[in-house]
Ligand binder design. Sequence first.
Ligand code: C2E
Ligand code: CA
Ligand code: CA
Ligand code: CA
Length: 277
Amino acid sequence: VAKKSHHGYAVYQPELDMHSPRQLSLMSQIEEAMQLEQLALYFQPKIRLQDGNVIGVEALIRWHHPGEGLIPPGEFIPQVERSTLIRPFTLWVIEHALMQCRQWQDLGLPTKVAVNISARNLLDSELPDDVEKLLVKHRVTPDYLELEITESAIVADPGRALDILTKLHDRGVHISIDDFGTGYSSLAHLKKLPVSSLKIDASFVSDMTEDENDAIIVRSTVDLAHNLGMNVIAEGVEDRETLDILKVLDCDYAQGFFICRPIPAADVTEWLRQHTP
Ligand code: C2E
Ligand code: CA
Ligand code: CA
Ligand code: CA
């Protein structure tokens, strides 16, 4: 059961349906879905607020299920994240994102790709080597790959996360903190992590034109990021007003339906042709 919050985001309630027949059935089909290429990556552009130019795209998984149609990630990612399948799954996503990245470079549209990484991936000491192999295999330089990590993923085992993220960063991969402001992460940890940008959670961004407190949180996060030498990106930008305020608040980048929805790779290629300077 995915309940809609007042922001229109699906809130997953694990205690209700983690073991429901449907969830278990989906889990048993995910490996096959990877092999049969029923999974597909959509991509959502991120732009620089100052000039509107594209700075990269975020890969978002979609499952074209033969019987159920399009299944959104909120309905199967939480289960995959709790299982050992998360390792092959994440590597599948990274590999497909890099293949697409390579293709855009070959078309003269070099574009950074961001991939979402789960908490459990940050307990996997092989991750840096696995990522390196995929970069070499697909001839993509590490600075074209960004990994988005939530605060809660780091909190699970900060020491191990720091070790893994440092190895990735040392190889040139960019790290960003996703959903910033929604999880507990101490500034002491944040300062130590090799993070290049913070993503302000959509829950603060989507209401900031009406809710003064949200606007204050966004402003504070922009200042915090800049004071720590990081870039900052606002997600969930759904209208022009929000975009304009973010510019005034000196936010660096933005992402959201107002700019572009997550779209299939072929459509992104077209979008990039129009937005690459
Ligand atoms: P996320 O990483 O926070 O991704 C942003 C979500 O917000 C995406 O939902 C995106 O479609 C949606 N979104 C983007 N702009 C707007 C907007 O302006 N308004 C609104 N209301 N929504 C917007 P999506 O694609 O359903 O993904 C949901 C979550 O599933 C992601 O949240 C991420 O946590 C997870 N996810 C998606 N793909 C992957 C993946 O490949 N691996 C992992 N581990 N998690 C993934
Ligand atoms: Ca993300
Ligand atoms: Ca997010
Ligand atoms: Ca999220």
